[in-house]
Design a binder for this molecule. Structure first.
Ligand SMILES: [Zn+2]
Length: 251
């Protein structure tokens, strides 16, 4: 079966990766997303923003993929054509074994020059020493080519999604026979438009989320389960499923 898995913060929360808002603790508690996750914020205070992302990158590097990440990747081993589309900026799908992962909102464990787009190896966002517990202000390194500062390779508020990634995500959704939405509130656009696009095309959409979301009542089925429980159930059902999704898959 041609499958697309669209994942959100809920799948990584089970690995202990704090959500965006949960990462506003300690030193960062008096800031909000608008003062940490925009280009204006970075240009106004690069050390503050770089320090926050360095701390979050260190937390992700210390986390491990959970059973849900591993079950998602295993769908390809089970013989399905799988594309993973994620709103998460961590690399837990890749470390869980997934080979094709489209990062709609960029990557936390990568950085690039804000001036020329150049990169450096090893990537400075992962450079030691690791940020102390709770993080600290850190001046971002300067690009050896143009002298501008390195910035995290994530999509900030006010920025467009990477066009090549978005196009690939839409193409995968258009080609799939089942879209599985797991661990996302379905509130963040344009990502939330992908399930709507599938439903308009008549493609079944399965929503796996412990809480009901704006998608749940519109989806073909809503499993009120955690990512780990839902992915385990899906993988087991698909092992005995008809070649195309039918009611038995969702009941
Ligand atoms: Zn540069």
């Amino acid at each position: 079966m041609r499958l697309v898995v669209l994942s959100g913060a809920g799948i990584s929360a089970e690995s202990g990766v704090p959500t965006f808002r949960d990462a506003l603790t300690g030193l960062w508690a008096r800031f909000d997303a608008g003062r940490l996750a925009t280009e204006d914020a970075f240009r106004a205070d690069p050390a503050l923003v770089w320090g926050w992302y360095r701390w979050r990158a260190a937390m992700v590097a210390a986390a491990a993929p959970n059973a849900a990440h591993i079950d998602v990747a295993a769908l390809a081993d089970d013989g399905h054509a799988l594309t993973v589309v994620t709103q998460n900026v961590d690399d837990l799908h890749e470390r869980g074994g997934a080979r094709e992962v489209l990062h709609l909102h960029g990557r936390l464990l990568a950085s690039r020059c804000i001036g020329c787009g150049g990169r450096a190896a090893p990537d400075p966002i992962l450079a030691s020493p690791s940020p102390p517990e709770g993080g600290t202000r850190e001046t971002p390194p300067a690009c050896t080519t143009c002298g501008a500062a390195f910035r995290p390779d994530v999509v900030w508020f006010g920025e467009a999604l990477p066009a090549d990634v978005w196009d690939a995500a839409e193409a995968a959704v258009d080609a799939c026979e089942l879209l599985v939405v797991v661990g996302t509130s379905s509130l963040v656009w344009p990502a939330a438009g992908l399930p709507e696009r599938a439903l308009r095309a008549g493609t079944p959409v399965l929503d796996i989320n412990p809480q009901a979301t704006p998608l749940s009542s519109r989806a073909t089925a809503h499993w009120a389960q955690t990512a780990t429980a839902g992915m385990a159930q899906l993988r087991a059902r698909l092992a005995n499923a008809a070649p195309v999704p039918d009611a038995a898959l969702f009941d």
